[in-house]
Design a protein around this ligand. Structure first.
Ligand code: PRP
Length: 206
């Protein structure tokens, strides 16, 4: 039976392919796909989408499985089975601001791609803030004066450092996760299981 797997494009895609390669899976068709957004190899059909859309495709059963960042799962909470962590895509959430920023008594503005996570974080600290939702390059916001600080994911810390920002707090270690559609897991269990076992280092892919 064919299994459809939604992969997050970009940084996670590269790390996932390296991981598959380390499991001796032939990743050549996935690497040399050109601008094509889907690739079939054996009984596996892979397609490439933005992280939040991976959750949507899996929730709606278009994809049986998905490889997604835990940040996206926490922020958007798609109705899927969150199966297990994968050993890549390691990062964490951080609250960061411009170095040497003066303390302010007024309500702080926080720019982020993660309004729900940010809300939850500041509810836990008890500070009341205004959240400004951005879609990317969040590090620009405090530098240009749109916000006092940001909440974003940090992996190497290079983007923060190169834009003159420093971490004030770090919270929630994150990694890539394997997710599954709720019915696929039951209906296609026999076909899906070997792939899931292999992803967890408990079998051979191919
Ligand atoms: C993510 C994140 C940071 C950067 C952190 O952005 O939002 O900007 O990576 O990585 P680093 O700590 O290794 O520098 P992404 O590359 O996904 O792009 P985006 O800002 O356009 O969302």
């Amino acid at each position: 039976m064919k299994i459809c797997i939604a992969l997050t494009k970009g940084r996670l895609e590269e790390q996932f392919l390296q991981y598959l390669n380390s499991l001796c899976f032939d990743v050549e068709p996935l690497i040399n796909k050109g601008r094509k957004l889907w690739v079939e190899t054996g009984n596996l059909q892979f397609f490439f989408a933005k992280g939040v859309d991976v959750g949507t495709y899996v929730e709606h059963g278009i994809a049986d499985l998905g490889i997604i960042g835990e940040d996206i799962l926490l922020e958007y909470q798609p109705d899927v089975f969150d199966l297990f962590p994968l050993p890549f895509g390691k990062c964490r959430f951080a609250l960061a601001e411009v170095a040497n920023k003066k303390e302010t008594m007024s309500k702080r503005k926080i720019a982020t791609k993660y309004p729900n996570i940010t809300n939850e974080y500041f509810r836990s600290t008890g500070e009341s803030v205004d959240i400004v939702k951005l879609e990317g390059s969040v590090e620009l916001a405090p530098v240009l004066g749109l916000s006092d600080a940001i909440v974003d994911i940090v992996e190497t810390g290079t983007t923060l450092a190169e834009n003159g920002l420093i971490i004030k707090e770090e919270f929630h270690p994150l990694s890539a996760r394997c997710i599954a559609n709720r019915s696929s897991l039951k209906i296609k269990k026999a076909s899906i299981s070997p792939f899931l076992d292999a992803l967890q280092g408990q079998g051979v892919l191919n």
